[in-house]
Each structure stands twice: as C-alpha cells, then as structure tokens.
Design a protein around this ligand. Structure first.
Ligand code: GDP
Length: 299
C-alpha cells in the first residue's frame, strides 16, 4: 500500500485529493457538483459511472449531511463500490487433468504485454511454479529478444520461432513444451497489430485454437496502457469482441493522472482489472485491490 501510494503520488492521487477538497466545502451547491463531475470525467471514469457516483454521493451526503458528514468515509465507500470489490481477481493459472494453466496475453503494441509477461513469470516463479514463455509476437524481433531477456533473468525457458514466422506455431510449440515438460503454467505473448478487426480475429483465433489442441486456455489477459484514455477504451472493446477476455492488466498507472480508467474499462467489458503495472522494473506489477487502490487515491 505504501508503494502504491508512492507510485500514485502526484499523479492520480490528485483525483482523490481534489474530490475530498470539493466535497468538504461548506456548501455543496450545484456549481460544486458540476466541478466534481468535471473532475471525475477528466480522470477517465466515464460518463455513466460518473453520474452513478455523483448521484450516490448527493444522496448520502444530503441525508447524512451537515458539518459532521463523514465525507471521507462516504467517498471511500462509494469509490470502492464503483470498482466492485466482489469481482474475482485471481489469475486462472491452474489447468485441469494435470495440464498446465495457459495464459494468453493480448493487447496493442506498446501497451506493455511483453513486460507484463516477464513480470508475471517472475511472480509465479517466486511462488515456486514452473513456467514456460511463448514468444508469439513474431512480427517484432525486438519483442522476442525482450522476452528472451526476461526468460534469462527469471530463469524460465522461452519458446521462440523464426522471425516473421507463424505466431500460431510458436504458441503451439510453447503449449506443447509446457504439456510435455509437465510445467505448471505457460504464458503466451502475442502480436498486437491492430490492423483491422477481421485480421486480428483470424490471428488470435488461430493462436487460441492451436494452443487448445494441447491444453485449454485458462486466462486471457488484455493489457491496456492506462495513459491512453478513450483510445485505450476503443482498443479494449475491439479485443473483447475478438477473444473472450477474462482479466485486464492496466499498465503505466504510475505515469497516469487517469486512474479512473480502472472503473471505465471494468464497466465497459464486465471483466475485472486483475493486475496493475506501476513501473518498468521487474517488481512493478501488483494485484489490483480495490480498497488499497482507493486508499492510495485518497492519500
Ligand atoms: P508490448 O509492445 O505490448 O509488448 O509492450 P512492452 O512490454 O514492450 O512495453 C512498452 C514500454 O512500456 C516499455 O518501455 C516498458 O518498459 C513500458 N512499460 C510497461 N509496463 C509499464 C508500467 O507499468 N509502467 C511504466 N512506466 N512503463 C511500463
């Protein structure tokens, strides 16, 4: 929590502080509520969740109002509700029938997929799980090299194919290596070319199909760059129409003033944010915990 707070400091903790300041005004008049709405929209929370939150705050602070209104406690509760603490945020990494768990990692180039695969492998290895990585982003030699570096650093094998080779064949080989070698988990990094929806659907569909000749995919993680705002939301929608996304990883929250995207993307896709990226370093990936997140926001 301390680290989360530090990482958010100066960025989106401005949202929490701003809200607290506005809600603590002597009179909560219409202008103030408008300022609150503006602040929420600027933080990328999205229109519907903003209205929902403002409505709840208006009701609760009116009823419980007056000087003694426990503004901070009410705001904290309502923000936590907004990110839905009831969602199951654990990664599905346990395969059935002695098969490995299979995690497919998707998202546009630059979102942080390869870095996230590396960071997750590190966490799993620390939990004493055996891991194989599949470098199926064959269109970018740099991505394959980058994953190979992570593999060396973490001490896990990386299955890679020929440059510009078929991503599906690398994915297949990675899954096969995991099944044959009795590994616990295989993480497959995919290409993020968002050329068009049909192309993406073909490519990811094929990757998933060939993997499932070996073992069922247990988790499809969509990696989204938190700094991309509405553009990121459009990408999220396209990916969720192409594959059944089961979890979201929100990267670069350390550099974003827009933590509200957590709320927006969950509402939009109906899928939980499971992990958040808080920097470029190997340890800068954390489980998303609604209460800790809101506490960090409120400072
Ligand atoms: P990919 O193309 O989706 O595989 O993206 P990469 O994993 O190559 O990441 C793109 C850039 O974003 C790299 O410079 C990463 O170091 C950086 N990056 C990834 N995750 C985070 C994060 O959580 N915070 C910050 N600040 N940078 C990140």
């Amino acid at each position: 929590l301390v680290r989360l707070r530090q990482r958010l400091a100066g960025s989106q903790s401005g949202l929490g502080r701003g809200l607290l300041a506005l809600l603590s005004r002597d009179r909560l008049d219409e202008d103030t509520w408008e300022d609150i709405e503006d602040l929420l929209l600027t933080a990328d929370i999205g229109v519907a969740p903003t209205q929902q939150l403002v409505e709840r705050l208006r009701t609760r602070l009116r009823v419980e109002g007056g000087e003694a209104a426990p503004v901070r406690a009410v705001l904290r509760e309502e923000l936590i509700n907004l990110v839905d603490p009831s969602m199951d945020r654990r990664l599905s990494i346990t395969g059935a029938d002695g098969k490995p768990g299979v995690v497919l990692v998707v998202g546009v180039n630059g979102a942080g997929k390869t870095t996230t695969v590396g960071k997750i492998s590190r966490i799993l290895v620390a939990q004493e799980k055996s891991v194989v990585l599949g470098a199926a982003d064959t269109f970018r030699a740099a991505a394959v090299d980058q994953l190979a570096t992570w593999g060396e650093r973490v001490g896990v094998p990386v299955i890679r194919g020929a440059e510009n080779g078929d991503p599906a064949s690398v994915a297949f080989e990675a899954a096969k290596a995991a099944v044959d070698g009795g590994y616990d988990v295989v993480l497959v990094d995919t290409a993020g070319r968002l050329q068009n929806k049909a192309g993406l659907m073909d490519e990811l569909g094929k990757v998933k199909r060939v993997i499932e000749k070996q073992a069922p995919v247990t988790e499809v993680l969509l990696v989204l760059d938190a700094t991309t705002g509405q553009n990121g939301m459009i990408q999220a929608r396209v990916f969720s129409e192409v594959v059944d996304v089961t979890g979201i990883v929100l990267t670069k929250l350390d550099g974003s003033a827009k933590g509200g995207i957590v709320v927006a993307v969950q509402k939009e896709l109906g899928v939980p944010v499971k992990l958040v990226g808080l920097g470029e370093g190997p340890d800068d990936l954390a489980p998303f915990e609604p209460e800790a997140f809101v506490d960090a926001l409120l400072g």
